[in-house]
Ligand binder design. Sequence first.
Ligand SMILES: O=C(O)CCC(=O)C(=O)O
Ligand SMILES: [Fe+2]
Length: 327
Amino acid sequence: MAAQSAVTSAAIRKSPAEIVVRPINGFIGAEIEGVDLRQPLSDEQFKVVHDAFVNYEVIVLRDQDITVDQQMAFGSRFGELSIHPFSPNLPDKPEVIILDYSADNPPALTDIWHADETFREAPPIATILRGKVVPEVGGDTLFSSMTAAYRGLSERMKQHIHGMEALHDFKPWRPLFSHNDRAKLRELEDKFPNPWHPVVRVHPVTGRRVLYVNRQFCVRIKDVKQDESDTLLEFLYRQATIPEYQLRVKWKPNTLVMWDNRSVLHYASHDYYPARRTMERVTVKGDERPKGVAGAYTVDTVPANGTVKPSIAEGTRPGPRRAFDRY
Ligand SMILES: O=C(O)CCC(=O)C(=O)O
Ligand SMILES: [Fe+2]
């Protein structure tokens, strides 16, 4: 019996060499083939998946017809799972969030560039979403590499934002509390005191610098005037909207997508309304407060995916100059 199960598991478990990691875009995203999440991953397989996850920042695994328990088991390989304080979850498995939108329950709050739960002192490491009911058209999720967004800034701007900190708040959920619920809101404010996070975060695994601000949760930048903060944040938020830094995932039922919540922002397109779209989500708890770049400013030398085009100063472009040359 024991020998038989050993044979069976050897037959089912693919060796890490059979896992194919296929980058999708220049700066962000990879599809992973050869992984079946109905089976526990071996340590070697986990390493391949984990390396792809931190390196490509978003991984896409197709055809994963798994249960929520299997999704939780996969997530647990990356760390403890977390329970969202506001989103609807399964009563008996509070780590699982069900996003189920339709004509009667229009999609809400996710059509904005954000990282998940940065109002926490230790925001989640990762989010894992699996498509259940996918609309015929629309409902894509967009991701933006904030590693690429940082690298695309000029040296002058990188120096300017070096050492800055931004205040994060659970502001999208504040309207849930009416005047009569002030005591409950106070309780949550005590439970989730607004953290100051570095504007430039150093990724704890890759050492890459990440532009760590998002429109959904940031309130202001420390030690600058309110209008300076507003203007600078608007500019930094815009970095996420540069198409080269993005990945757009088209869902199918059983598509599983996992993103590194420390280095990407995401945006759910709500263009499928009033059709139905159902996703199951688990979240891997953060294990530390985000850390900024230590000490005085230094030029970043840590390699990352893709090559940021050098900017060409006006009048210095080699070759014949034409009126319609773009810089
Ligand atoms: O529905 C989606 O595609 C993403 C929703 C979202 O923002 C999330 O699950 O964190
Ligand atoms: Fe999100």
